[in-house]
Design a protein around this ligand. Structure first.
Ligand SMILES: Nc1ncnc2c1ncn2[C@@H]1O[C@H](COP(=O)(O)OP(=O)(O)OP(=O)(O)O)[C@@H](O)[C@H]1O
Length: 257
């Protein structure tokens, strides 16, 4: 499965000023649950900068802080300390309304359980982020995305009439529709068989390589992580290691290539 050429590219369209900076920048990120003797330090000071157009896998044992990392980086949870910049915008301290608006317009999400709305058609699911952001649904864009993810002609179906792999393709199209700064993927192949998982990972890889999308993916699966440019290993809430997965280009200390 490959993304077709001739697609809308990412990059300079919305935020030229910020375009030069990293897509994701985390500084001294801490997240503590509870207090005193019962405090759990889920994140203990994460420093990480992810360039635009990069694919990062986040791995680590159960309880190492992967979900907390994703939630804080995507503005779904508030860190106890530190800062999160997305597409050059500091989100720490943002009001809930502004955060919601930012998530709708500038972030994409792909979940293990697909999280499509069953009563809506495929096309309506893909257009949903545009509607929520108060933007006009764009039929041509939707058709283009359906082609890109290999679902031509299936726009009128409902999610229940699709296979798991097809549903995840819809979720990827939905994540791409707003041309977001970052796509956060949480175990996107966790519910899929090996062959289908490979197709979905190849699709995410191509969204990065050909469209210039930025993907941050939490996964337990080493093979899945192999599709990323780099793997960040968490252990007990800290970055224990970082390895380049596909490229041999060295990473600078700040994480930018
Ligand atoms: N809401 C919460 N309240 C208290 N502790 C929490 C909360 N959420 C997470 N934790 C704790 O923070 C730590 C990190 O949890 P997190 O879910 O981020 O790990 P994970 O690496 O995603 O684990 P898994 O791979 O099992 O999903 C764990 O010790 C967990 O018990």
């Amino acid at each position: 499965m490959t993304l077709r050429r001739g697609m809308r590219s990412y990059g300079t369209e919305a935020t030229d000023v910020a375009a030069a900076g990293p897509a994701v920048e985390l500084r001294g990120l801490r997240r503590q649950f509870g207090r005193g003797a019962r405090a759990v330090h889920a994140l203990r000071g994460i420093d990480l900068a992810l360039p635009r157009g990069s694919f990062t896998a986040v791995m680590g044992p159960s309880g190492s802080g992967k979900s907390t990392f994703l939630q804080c980086a995507a503005g779904l949870d508030r860190p106890t300390a530190g800062s999160v910049r997305l597409g050059g915008t500091e989100i720490t301290g943002m009001s809930e309304n502004r955060l919601t608006a930012l998530r709708r317009t500038r972030l994409g999400f792909v979940f293990q359980a697909f999280n499509l709305l069953p009563s809506m058609t495929v096309e309506q699911n893909i257009e949903l982020p545009l509607r929520l952001a108060g933007r006009r649904p764009d039929r041509r864009r939707c058709t283009e995305l359906l082609e890109q993810v290999g679902l031509d002609g299936l726009g009128g179906r409902r999610p229940g009439e699709l296979s798991g792999g097809q549903q995840q393709r819809v979720a990827i199209a939905r994540a791409l529709v707003t041309t977001p700064d970052v796509i956060f993927a949480d175990e996107p192949t966790g519910a899929l068989d090996t062959t289908t998982a490979t197709e979905i990972l190849a699709l995410l890889r191509e969204a990065v390589t050909r469209l210039g999308a930025t993907v941050v993916m939490v996964t337990h699966d080493e093979r899945a992580a192999g599709y990323a440019d780099q793997i960040v290993f968490l252990a007990e809430g800290a970055i224990a290691d970082r390895t380049l997965s596909r490229s041999s280009a060295p990473l600078s200390p700040s994480g930018a290539r």
